[in-house]
Design a protein. Structure first.
Length: 206
């Protein structure tokens, strides 16, 4: 397993909901982080130290508050730019096509632009890494949103971005324009960006 592949695989795991299996494997996660390349090693270790020193009863609510109740921090790569609009549906076709072409079977019921799944795909296939690289601006938008939210999860995105190409002029313009405006609000019947069980009547923040 190459360093980049190892990085994407570990990031995919770290961005999953922090259930007992994840929280019970902190020592293994730390060992895996120490095996990642230099650019991702320190941010991954910082994040895992936070996991290890934060009570489990606080970690899970923090995850929900960060990713499920904040529109700007949703873990869906097309959401920030397109919200629940028709344009988002078209953008997600690129993900579905890439999975189908590579013979990758996404989990049933998950939207194709879900970042942990894209990272898993990137760790398994050159087509997956190409797909992730093609969404560099979207990854950067999420990184900026997590930084603004002052969450330790930004370190996971820092580790991923260390192994992605730098942002070109066009991508920087996309990041600037869409980060300032936030996700559009038009709804067209797509699945909600947060799992229904976490919505529970709580207000979604921007």
């Amino acid at each position: 397993m190459t360093g980049t592949v190892h990085t994407f695989k570990l990031a995919s795991v770290l961005l999953q909901y922090p259930g007992p299996a994840l929280l019970g494997g902190v020592d293994q996660l730390e060992a895996a982080a120490r095996g990642t390349p230099r650019g991702s090693r320190e941010p991954f270790l910082r994040f895992i130290r936070w996991l290890a020193t934060t009570p489990p009863a606080e970690v899970a609510p923090h995850y929900v508050d960060t990713f499920d109740l904040r529109r700007r921090c949703a873990l869906y790569l097309t959401y920030f730019r397109y919200g629940d609009t028709r344009k988002r549906g078209m953008a997600m076709l690129a993900f579905s096509t890439a999975y189908r072409t590579a013979g990758f079977e996404p989990p049933v019921g998950e939207l194709p632009d879900y970042l942990p799944m894209v990272l898993e795909f990137a760790s398994m296939s050159p087509r997956g890494e190409q797909l992730l690289r093609s969404r560099r601006a979207d990854v950067e938008i999420l990184r900026k949103a997590l930084h603004q939210a002052e969450t330790p999860y930004v370190d996971v995105l820092e580790g991923v971005c260390a192994h992605l190409p730098g942002l070109g002029r066009r991508e920087l313009a996309v990041v600037r324009n869409h980060f300032e405006s936030g996700p559009p609000h038009e709804e067209v019947g797509l699945e909600p960006f947060a799992p229904p069980e976490y919505m529970g009547g709580e207000a979604v923040r921007v």
